[in-house]
Design a protein around this ligand. Structure first.
Ligand SMILES: Nc1ncnc2c1ncn2[C@@H]1O[C@H](COP(=O)(O)OP(=O)(O)OP(=O)(O)O)[C@@H](O)[C@H]1O
Ligand SMILES: [Mg+2]
Length: 587
C-alpha cells in the first residue's frame, strides 16, 4: 500500500529518498576528506591534514541541514508530522537493507528525527531502536586483510610486507627498518612460534603519522601488530612496532583525535579492531575511526543494557565536587555524566556559553592522548528511582535549569559523557611510591604534550587530571583551557618589602591570561620524593623560558609530533631526529 498525497506521488518513499540522499552526501563528503589524508602524509602537508580532519567533523551536521531543507520543500507540513516520519522510517529501512553501513544510516535517520522533534528520551515511533544486540560476531572479512606466511627469516618477511605497503613515498632505509622491526618483535615475543603475519589493508592516518594494524599469527593464537610510520623528510620511516594489546589500545585511545581511515563497511573494520582490542568498548572503536555519532548510539545502547541488567544507581562521582560541573556515574559502568551547573562557585567567572565553547574546542583540537573525549547528549531521560537521592537532590539544587523531574522520570536537557578515570588526587592517596612517582612524571608530560599542541590546561590542580587503566594521565576539566599562544607567561616580580608579602591579594597586576610558572610548585602541592622526582624531569616547567619557547614554535606555525608510544619503542633512537620536540615520555 502506498500513501499518496493526491498528486499521485508516494510521499513516504520520496521523503525517505531525500534523507537517504542526505546520508549519501555525508558518506561521500566524509570519504573524500578521509581519502586526502594519504596525500597530506606523503607530501608532509601537516597543516592541510589538520584542516581536513577538523572539516570532516562538520560534514554530518551540514549534510543534515541540507537534507532537512530539501525535506521541508518536498513534503511541506508533513516534514514535521510524526505519522509521516513513521512511514518514512519503513521506507528508509527497506532502502538501506543489506548496505554495509546500515547501522550508520539508522543513526543518521535518528539524528534527523531528533532534530525535527526535539525528542526527549527515545521515540520508538520515529527512530530506529536497536532490536538486535550490536555486539560484534568476531568474523573477519577476507577482503580486509592480506596474509603473509613466513617461510624463512623474520626480517625477510618484514621486508616483503613493508615493501607492499601502499605508499608513493620512497623508503628511507627499507632493509634497515625491516631488520629493526624483526629485532623489535624478537625482543618482545617468542619469535620461533610466528607462522605468518596478517596485515590489515586500511591505513590509519592521524596527525603526522600513519599506522597499519594487523596480527602476528602463532599456532592457534594471535598477537596484535601495529606498525607506526612517519615521513619526517620526504622518505618513509618505520618509527615503531607495537605488539601488545595495551600498547595498541593506547594508540587508539579515547583521549586522541579520530583516525582518517578509508573503509566502505565500518562494521567490518570495527569487528577487526574489536578482535585485536577486545576490551575497548564498541562505542569508542566507532568513534576512533571517525563515526562519533554512531559511537554515541552504541554508548547509549550499552548504557540501556547496563541499566536493564543491573540494579546500579546513578551516584555522585568520587572526588572533589566541581565548581562548574555536577558529575555523576554508575558504579558498574565506566562513564561519567557531566551537567553544567546553573551558577558557578567563585572564583570561576566563565559563562555557560564559554564552557560549551571549551568543549567544542577540545572536540576539534588535537587531543594529544591527554584530553578525554566528551560526547554531548541532549534530552536524556531515566527512571527517577535509578538516581541516588543525594545525587538527585544535588542535581535539582545546582542544575535545576538543566535537570527536571517529570512524574517518575528524570529529564536531563544537556550533558557530556566521558570515560571515567581515577582522579589523580585520589589516586595519589592510594598508590604506592613507584606508581605515584610514575603518575607525577606523566603529569609533567601531560603539560608538555598539551603545550606541543598549543594548549594550556588553565586549572592545573591534581583533581582535574585522571589516571586511565593503562596508568596514563589525562586531563578532563576544560573550563579554563586556553590556546598557549594567547597566554602571558610571566616571572613573579620581586617583592619590595614585608607588607607586600603579608597582603592576601597579589600587589602586582594580574591580567586574565597572566600565568606565573613559579607558582605551579605551590599548586601541585607535591612534597618529598615525589617533588624531587618531578624536579629531576620537569623543573623547566616552573620557569618561563620553556613556555616562551613553545609559544615561539606555535607562532612559527610548526606542527609538533606526539608519539602515542614510549620513546623506548622508537626504532631509530639516537639517530638525528627532526621530530623529537616534546622530550622523552617516562616509561
Ligand atoms: N572523566 C572523569 N572521570 C572521573 N572523574 C571525573 C571525570 N571528570 C570529572 N570527574 C570528577 O568530577 C570532578 C569535577 O569535574 P570537573 O573538574 O570537570 O568540573 P569543574 O566543575 O570544572 O571542576 P573545578 O571545580 O575544578 O573547576 C572532578 O574533580 C573529578 O573528581
Ligand atoms: Mg575540576
Amino acid at each position: 500500500m502506498t500513501a499518496s498525497d493526491g498528486t499521485g506521488q508516494d510521499w513516504p518513499a520520496s521523503g525517505a529518498a531525500v534523507l537517504l540522499a542526505a546520508f549519501d552526501n555525508y558518506r561521500s563528503g566524509f570519504a573524500a576528506l578521509t581519502a586526502r589524508a594519504k596525500h597530506h602524509f606523503e607530501h608532509q602537508d601537516w597543516a592541510a591534514a589538520q584542516q581536513d580532519a577538523a572539516r570532516r567533523l562538520d560534514v554530518y551536521s551540514e549534510s543534515m541541514s541540507e537534507g532537512m531543507r530539501e525535506l521541508a520543500a518536498r513534503l511541506g507540513p508533513r516534514a514535521e508530522d510524526r505519522a509521516a516520519w513513521n512511514a518514512m522510517r519503513a521506507e528508509f529501512a527497506a532502502a538501506i537493507a543489506g548496505r554495509g553501513d546500515a547501522e550508520l544510516a539508522e543513526t543518521y535517520f535518528n539524528s534527523c528525527a531528533r532534530r525535527t522533534f526535539q525528542t526527549v528520551g527515545v521515540d520508538p515511533d520515529v527512530e530506529f531502536v536497536a532490536i538486535r544486540v550490536s555486539e560484534p560476531e568476531g568474523r573477519i572479512a577476507p577482503t580486509l586483510v592480506d596474509l603473509f606466511p613466513r617461510e624463512g627469516r623474520l626480517d625477510a618477511l618484514m621486508r616483503t610486507l613493508l615493501e607492499r605497503l601502499p605508499f608513493e613515498v620512497r623508503w628511507d632505509d627499507l632493509e634497515g627498518d625491516a631488520r629493526r622491526a624483526a629485532a623489535a618483535i624478537v625482543e618482545q615475543a617468542d619469535v620461533r612460534r610466528i607462522r605468518a603475519v596478517e596485515l590489515g589493508r586500511p591505513v590509519y592516518f592521524r596527525g603526522k603519522a600513519a599506522y597499519v594494524l594487523g596480527r602476528l599469527l602463532t599456532d592457534g593464537a594471535a598477537m596484535p601488530l601495529l606498525l607506526a610510520l612517519r615521513n619526517p623528510s620526504g622518505r618513509l620511516v618505520l618509527d615503531a612496532v607495537l605488539i601488545t594489546e595495551d600498547e595498541v589500545s593506547i594508540v587508539f585511545s579515547f583521549a586522541r583525535s579520530y583516525f582518517l581511515v578509508e573503509h566502505q563497511r565500518p562494521r567490518e573494520l570495527v569487528e577487526y579492531l574489536r578482535a585485536i582490542m577486545p576490551r575497548k568498548p564498541l562505542s569508542e572503536i566507532y568513534t576512533a575511526i571517525g563515526h562519533h555519532r554512531h559511537g554515541k548510539t552504541e554508548l547509549y545502547r550499552s548504557l540501556l543494557r547496563h541499566l536493564a541488567t543491573s540494579d546500579d544507581r546513578f551516584e555522585v562521582a568520587p572526588g572533589q565536587r566541581g565548581m562548574v560541573m555536577c558529575v555523576f556515574t554508575l558504579p558498574g559502568f565506566d562513564v561519567v555524566f557531566k551537567v553544567i551547573r546553573d551558577r558557578f562557585d567563585p572564583p570561576k567567572t566563565v559563562t555557560h556559553e564559554q564552557v560549551r565553547e571549551k568543549y567544542r574546542l577540545v572536540f576539534r583540537h588535537d587531543r594529544a592522548g591527554r584530553l578525554v573525549d566528551a560526547q554531548q547528549f541532549e534530552h536524556l531521560e531515566f527512571d527517577r528511582d535509578r538516581f541516588a537521592p543525594e545525587l538527585l537532590e544535588m542535581l535539582l539544587r545546582l542544575a535545576g535549569e538543566t535537570v527536571r523531574v517529570e512524574g517518575g522520570r528524570v529529564v536531563l536537557r544537556h550533558l557530556y559523557t566521558e570515560r571515567r578515570l581515577r582522579p589523580l588526587d585520589l589516586y595519589l592517596r592510594e598508590a604506592g611510591l613507584a606508581e605515584a612517582r610514575d603518575a607525577v612524571l606523566d603529569y609533567g608530560q601531560v603539560l608538555r604534550d598539551l603545550a606541543a599542541t598549543n594548549l594550556f590546561p588553565g586549572d592545573m590542580l591534581l583533581k582535574n587530571f585522571g589516571v586511565s587503566r593503562h596508568g596514563r594521565l589525562i586531563f578532563y576539566d576544560y573550563d579554563e583551557l586556553a590556546p598557549l599562544d594567547e597566554c602571558r607567561f610571566r616571572e613573579l616580580p620581586l617583592s619590595s618589602g614585608d607588607e607586600d608579602d603579608l597582603a592576601g591579594e597579589p600587589w602586582y597586576y594580574v591580567g586574565e591570561r597572566d600565568i606565573f610558572p613559579e607558582e605551579f610548585r605551590t599548586f601541585l602541592g607535591l612534597r618529598g620524593e615525589l617533588l624531587e622526582a618531578f624536579l629531576a624531569h620537569h623543573e623547566e616547567l616552573f620557569g618561563v623560558a620553556f613556555w616562551h619557547s613553545m609559544q615561539e614554535v606555535h607562532r612559527r606555525g610548526e606542527v609538533l609530533d606526539i608519539h602515542p608510544y614510549r620513546a623506548s619503542r622508537r626504532l631509530r633512537r639516537g639517530a638525528a631526529d627532526p621530530d623529537a620536540a616534546t622530550g622523552p615520555v617516562p616509561s
